[in-house]
Structure formats: C-alpha cells, structure tokens
Design a binder for this molecule. Sequence first.
Ligand SMILES: NC(=O)c1ccc[n+]([C@@H]2O[C@H](COP(=O)([O-])OP(=O)(O)OC[C@H]3O[C@@H](n4cnc5c(N)ncnc54)[C@H](OP(=O)(O)O)[C@@H]3O)[C@@H](O)[C@H]2O)c1
Length: 290
Amino acid sequence: MNAPTTSLPGGTWTLGDATVTRFGYGAMQLAGPWVMGPPADHDGALAVLHEAVASGITHIDTSDAYGPRVTNELIREALHPYPESLFIATKVGAIRDAQGGWPTARRPQDLREQVHANLRSLGIETLDLVNMRMGDAEGPKSGSLAEAFGTLADLQREGLIRHLGVSNATTEQIAEARGIAPIVCVQNMYNLAHRHDDHLIDTLAADGIAYVPFFPLGGFTPLQSDVLSKVAARLGATPMSVALAWLLRRSPNILLIPGTSSTAHLRENIVGAGLSLSDEDMADLETIGR
Ligand SMILES: NC(=O)c1ccc[n+]([C@@H]2O[C@H](COP(=O)([O-])OP(=O)(O)OC[C@H]3O[C@@H](n4cnc5c(N)ncnc54)[C@H](OP(=O)(O)O)[C@@H]3O)[C@@H](O)[C@H]2O)c1
C-alpha cells in the first residue's frame, strides 16, 4: 500500500480504488477568517492550490461548509478540469449560520442537500469521498449515526459518492458505520499533543483503513511544546516539520492534510515531513501526549 510511487514524503496509500499521496493538503484555511467568506488574497489562494498539485499532491480535503462554498469554488477555479490522479475528499453533517457557527444538519434531506451542494461547487458528478462528520466543535459525541450514515450509503448506491468515511466520531460510531457500509478512512483530531486515538489508529491500520488527522499542526492553536522545540532545535528543523514527520512515522495508514494559505509554508511542510527522526527523537516526542 505504501509504495514509493511519489517523491513526496511518506509515499502513497490506497483509498478504495484510488492511490493517493500520504502527503495531502487541507483546504479549510483558504477561506476567510474563521472559515467564513472569501480569502483576503484570492490569487494567493489559487496559487497554493496550483502549487499543491504541481508538487505532486493527489489528495485534497475540503467541504462545502468552508466559506461556505468558498473553498470548493477556489478548488474548482484553480484545478477544474481536475487531473485524473486528483482525489478530493469532502464532508457533510454541518452547515454554516450567519454568525459563522456550525449547526449540525444530519437529517436525510440535509445530507442529500449537502452532497448536491458539494457536487455543484466542485463541478463534478461523483464525489471521490464523503466523510460523515459527527460530534461538534468540542469533539466526538456519543449517539447512533445509523440514519445519517445509511443516507450516505444510499447516495453511494445512487452513484453520487465513490467512497465513504467518518469524521469526529467515537469508536462505537466507527464500528456502527462499518456495519452499514465499508469505510476507507476515519478523519479525527489527532496530533503530537492529542493522542486519544492511538489505539484506534493501530486497529484501523490492521484493517487497511486510513486515519486522516485533522489539526495535524494544532489547527487554530498551533502546537507548542518544550520537548517539540528541543527536538526541532537538535535537528535544525521547525517544530511544524517535526510534527508532520512524526505523524508519517507514527503509522503507515496516517495520511496528512496540513492546512496552509501560504505557498512558502506548503513547500516548507513538504520538505519538513521528509525529516528523518531517530529512535531517540521518537522516544522524546512520545512523552508529549502521554
Ligand atoms: N473533520 C473535521 O471536523 C475537520 C475539522 C478541522 C479541519 N479539518 C480538515 O483538516 C485540515 C487541516 O486542519 P487545519 O488547517 O485547520 O489545521 P492544521 O493543519 O493543524 O494547521 C493549520 C495552521 O497552521 C499554520 N501553518 C501551516 N504550515 C505552517 C508552517 N510551515 N509554519 C507556520 N505555520 C504553519 C497555518 O497558517 P498559514 O495559513 O499561515 O500557513 C494554519 O493556521 C483542514 O484544512 C480541513 O480540511 C477537518
């Protein structure tokens, strides 16, 4: 699965019938402040997307809720008609209100509307991957996802979705989803400082399912840790580089979708993720989230 068919760090991973680079790109940061409205620098946002694809990245993560519509429309403007190799993952389960909130919207009709909204804003007839996003901004919440995920499985049978995943979900919800239809990935919050999914990652790896951490660099609160800074200084690298390289080394089923609105940061992150971490580095970093 992790074949060296790309020069990007980490090689590739197979998601269903598609092979993607483990180093991907998370597009959320392309929208305006707090993921609302257009970016301050429209051409700069397009440049980041062009740079991502030119670098060989074949996995972009997005949602029609980002902006709303803004991120998908930027992706469409920059990259449509999409290269055959490009895999675009999206998510449903929440919409945006006028205040920038993320109210949940998981009734069958809500989900159908969100899938069609993603198809429209991305300008395609089938979505490569739709994640059923559960929980809320504070994290996963218990409760059945059967009706919501069953609706996505129906939409998959109708030909509007190629692959399914779940996001911001509990272990029980992931198991429940797998009882309804196959999933190719789980997208939950995870990084050097938030290790609650350690066991889940290993279980999914054994089953050939990808784990796609959101907020790999800490999201709106960038990762900060004395140990991380110490390891980074020892390697002559940035803390962000170490955080990404650690994720790639943590498990072969981890796919990266770091977000950035800067081509310079994108290039820096690609190089940084290729950093070689010694066993001593790994042991030191292990102390952060424990
Ligand atoms: N499923 C979900 O519920 C969910 C929730 C949140 C996010 N996501 C997905 O996960 C993706 C990643 O999350 P994220 O973008 O919010 O968080 P992230 O990747 O952890 O961090 C992005 C932040 O790090 C900064 N950054 C990136 N590279 C940097 C560098 N080399 N040096 C300094 N700062 C750097 C970015 O600022 P600059 O723009 O200045 O580079 C941005 O503020 C999103 O794009 C989205 O697709 C999913």
